[in-house]
Design a protein around this ligand. Structure first.
Ligand code: CA
Length: 226
């Protein structure tokens, strides 16, 4: 899952990025509102974490502009303690949630997870595809009841596939949702990670779950292919 963080204070931005990266998210940072709007319109993010007080274009103006373009990316706004007006205006503008600064990082993580549970994404904290179950709170994957040990990147690729069951996802889509801007489409990094995943999943069940769609990308099947 890929997150855009729009925050001009470097200390806060780096702290949040580090925490989200450790939790397995791909994170890009924009340092002002104009840059944030450019990134948000150019890349399909899963969640936007948006500070309100920003240089060039404030967070509310950014959000308004984004929604005007028909972009409904799930958005959490970060507001000051006394910014009741900002919170009300933010929610009215189409923010999905807010956090008051300073906040505990664990709360931001919980809110990101809560947003990702909303429709049209799968509901609930457990994603289930065939004999495969992913607990998105514990970050645990089990196949036929036995634990599958995954690296954070492998987990992230699998989570993206499992949130879009039976949908064909291109290498670019997978790459863009799992890696940050340092990801280049030329590389075969997606194929490499799908290979790792298949090997690990095969240890706990026979039927292949991740299907190659030749010339396009990959698809996880709710009913395993023959
Ligand atoms: Ca700020």
């Amino acid at each position: 899952m890929r997150i855009l963080l729009v925050e001009d204070e470097p200390g806060i931005a780096n702290f949040i990025r580090q925490g989200l990266s450790e939790a397995g998210y791909a994170v890009d940072i924009a340092r002002d509102g104009c840059e944030g709007l450019d990134y948000a319109l150019a890349v399909e993010y899963d969640v936007l974490v948006l500070d309100i007080m920003l240089p060039k274009l404030d967070g509310l103006a950014l959000l308004r502009e984004l929604r005007r373009h028909g972009d409904h990316t799930l958005t959490i706004i970060l507001t000051a303690r006394d910014g009741v007006g900002d919170r009300v205006e933010g929610l009215d503008t189409g923010a999905d949630d807010y956090l008051v600064k300073p906040f505990a990082f664990s709360e931001l993580l919980a809110r990101v997870r809560a947003l990702l549970r909303r429709p049209p994404l799968q509901m609930g904290t457990i994603l289930q595809v065939g004999d495969l179950a992913m607990d998105t709170v514990k970050r645990e994957v089990k196949r036929n009841g036995s634990l599958v040990e995954l690296s954070p990147r492998e987990y992230a690729v699998l989570e993206y596939l499992m949130r879009h069951p039976d949908q064909v996802l291109t290498r670019t889509q997978i790459g863009e949702h799992v890696w940050n801007l340092d990801f280049y489409n030329e590389s075969n990094v997606v194929d490499v990670y799908v290979g790792y995943l298949r090997r690990k999943l095969a240890r706990h069940g026979d039927l292949p779950l991740i299907q190659t769609v030749r010339g396009v990308g990959y698809r996880i099947r709710t009913e395993a292919a023959e």
